[in-house]
Design a protein around this ligand. Structure first.
Ligand SMILES: Cc1cc2nc3c(=O)[nH]c(=O)nc-3n(C[C@H](O)[C@H](O)[C@H](O)COP(=O)(O)O)c2cc1C
Length: 164
């Protein structure tokens, strides 16, 4: 199973990128830092100029069976970068339907970094339901907290992939 981690931090050298790099060492993950791409906000008129979203999505769909969203927690939610990416998936159910259909049967998982352990199960709601809407399998989500021993969270996360 080929898996990719999409890092959605607002900065380079981020906690989230470090977590993704750690996972990369322990599992069979490739890494894409969304900061390196130009991905504009969703536009109802689809007027995207020199935008990387569709070419990037084509590459992801062609190459990987599993998409892992690695997002920092910003205001109790996924990062803006990750949310913009999700909003753009709307293009795959409107102007690029053939591409969108190819998401069916693929897997989605999520891992986060945050300062506090104040996040409940509600955090996973948009991921779970988006996966279901797109015909993807939601493998699960795991939170990690900065400065804490995250061994358990990382081990739990890696367990999602053992079922495959
Ligand atoms: C805009 C912003 C909002 C944040 N909101 C939360 C929050 O709601 N809960 C929390 O525990 N940490 C919050 N944090 C802390 C980050 O989640 C944490 O430092 C994270 O590891 C940052 O990852 P990054 O280096 O990839 O940005 C916030 C940080 C920023 C910059």
């Amino acid at each position: 199973m080929k898996s990719v981690i999409l890092v959605g931090s607002a900065r380079n050298e981020s906690n989230t990128l470090k977590l993704a790099q750690r996972l990369q060492k322990e599992g069979e993950f490739e890494l894409i830092n969304l900061l390196e791409y130009k991905i504009g906000h969703y536009d109802y008129e689809h007027q995207y100029t020199e935008d990387d979203f569709i070419p990037l999505m084509k590459k992801i769909i062609e190459k990987y069976d599993t998409i892992v969203f690695a997002t920092p927690v910003y205001w109790y939610a996924m990062s803006g970068m990750t949310k913009v990416f999700f909003d753009r998936i709307t293009d795959l159910i409107t102007i690029e339907k053939d591409l969108g259909r190819q998401l069916r049967g693929k897997n989605m998982a999520v891992i986060t970094t945050s300062n506090g352990g104040n996040l409940g199960d509600d955090f996973w709601h948009p991921f779970k339901h988006s996966a279901s809407y797109l015909g993807m399998n939601f493998l699960g989500g795991e939170h990690t907290i900065n400065g804490m021993d995250n061994e358990n969270a990382v081990a739990n996360f890696l367990d999602f992939f053992k079922v495959k």
